[in-house]
Design a protein around this ligand. Sequence first.
Ligand SMILES: [Zn+2]
Ligand SMILES: [Zn+2]
Ligand SMILES: [Zn+2]
Length: 155
Amino acid sequence: MLSTEKIIDAMSEQGLRITDQRKTLAKLFGEHSGYLSAKDVYEFMGKKYSGLSFDTVYRNLRVMQELGVLEQIVFEDGVKFKASCSEDHHHHHMICLQCEKTYPISFCPVSMADTPDEFQVVKHKFEVFGYCKDCRQPADAGLSVNPLSGHTGEH
Ligand SMILES: [Zn+2]
Ligand SMILES: [Zn+2]
Ligand SMILES: [Zn+2]
């Protein structure tokens, strides 16, 4: 994961003005290993900058994602952001639905896709969701500890 300094460096190298707010965002993501929704970020930023609008926060997240310092993942409860990985080779992620720990996987499904000749691929996404060894439900556990139980009835 990119450190606060790496995030700031990457933003300034690509010509983004490093405002105090962007520095705070870089620090927030540089020190947080999990995923944050735009609302989480807005609530955090709102405590430090009074009168800050959700739009401003969201626009900054968007810019940071476009610059590649943040990764955006679509969870069932919405889009969340995390500092990009520091590994520079192409890879994908396995993400724990419980603790949101992220594991790199080198398998890339694109080479196996039957892409039509006339279709030009510019980007792709591939994420695998599940439970890590710490969050996995033991085979003999009762329903009371089923991590999915909290989600039933919502869909
Ligand atoms: Zn990664
Ligand atoms: Zn986990
Ligand atoms: Zn790939």
